[in-house]
Ligand binder design. Structure first.
Ligand code: NCD
Length: 302
């Protein structure tokens, strides 16, 4: 039997696993520009059934930095357009590649893929459900910038109903004992079942509000309104206009507060803020490479 090690949900990981990933990512970051040839016989496939810039490119970069080859499934030009089933497509990719990095708009698709594939499957985002590697990047970024995660005052801001990055991150923050406030416009609050699960498991008590207040926060983590998951895109647009990090709001931030975002950012963070010492989202995106190197290494090593 071939032992495969998938990464489908942050909930599959214990705190010790996450700590191991963070340590391994720190090692990877130190050696990022050295030639790795540990995985030179391995081939990674990125299979993105939904749009992506950072996740796809940073996984490809990570695989190549580890010495792997990479092939990429192009959804718009694939036989899915002729009606081929998802599981057939996965079985085909599984026949070619040693690891499958999958993004799909349908919640649960990576689990289904893992059930039919021999190769390890890494979830690169499934609908509004989970984005475990983004959470590892976020925890890595927070720890690197602030030296710790536990006890920090973290505000999660934006479309908490549809953003998978936020769901996964709440769990990760709970695991490390951060103090979390959930700030969402009315109607876009996080699924109560997800909040309850994290609270029950880690004893965290997440405060919830619609008031965009960042005073005293150590970390402000913003996400965009996830327009593609709305029935009414116009309603999404209106909400996006009303929920923004303005320069004035930032004036009231604590010194050393880091402003994070999984990106892409739209109007919720105006471009002028990029030059602020608080802005940390580009550094966060860059951390995607060492963290995903750590994930690929781990999944391929069993
Ligand atoms: C996020 C995603 O796809 O969930 N982007 C990312 O992976 N960095 C966030 C988003 O699309 O808003």
């Amino acid at each position: 039997m071939v032992f495969v090690h998938d990464l489908i949900s942050i909930r599959d990981l214990e705190k010790s696993d996450v700590e191991r990933y963070l340590e391994s990512a720190a090692d990877m970051e130190k050696n990022l520009y050295l030639m790795h040839d540990r995985f030179k016989e391995k081939l990674a496939a990125t299979a993105f059934f939904e749009a992506s810039t950072r996740t796809n490119l940073s996984f490809q970069t990570a695989a190549q930095r580890l010495g792997m080859s990479v092939v990429s499934y192009n959804h718009a030009a694939s036989s899915s357009q002729k009606g081929e089933s998802f599981t057939d497509t996965i079985k085909i990719i599984d026949g070619y590649a040693d690891i499958i990095i999958l993004r799909h708009p349908m919640e649960g698709a990576p689990k289904l893929a893992a059930d039919v594939a021999r190769a390890p499957v890494v979830n690169a985002g499934d609908g509004g459900n989970q984005h475990p590697t983004q959470t590892l990047i976020d925890l890595y970024t927070i720890k690197k910038a602030k030296g710790k995660i536990g006890g920090l005052d973290v505000r999660l801001v934006g479309d908490l109903k549809h953003a998978r990055a936020m769901r996964s991150l709440l769990y990760g923050l709970g695991m490390f004992g951060a103090k979390v406030t959930l700030i969402a416009p009315a109607g876009l609050e996080m699924d109560p079942a997800v909040v309850e699960e994290t609270e029950g498991k880690f004893g965290l008590k997440a405060e919830q509000t619609a008031k965009l207040d960042i005073a005293g926060a150590d970390v402000v983590y913003v996400c965009r309104i996830q327009k593609e998951r709305f029935d009414d895109p116009y309603a999404a647009q209106k909400l996006q206009e009303s929920f923004r990090i303005s320069p004035e709001l930032l004036d009231g931030a604590k010194e050393g507060m880091i402003l994070m975002h999984p990106l892409p950012k739209l109007d919720e963070i105006p471009p002028g803020i990029d030059a602020s010492p608080h802005a940390h989202y580009f550094a966060q995106a860059k951390n995607g490479v060492p963290v995903r190197m750590a994930v690929l290494q781990d999944c391929l090593s069993g």
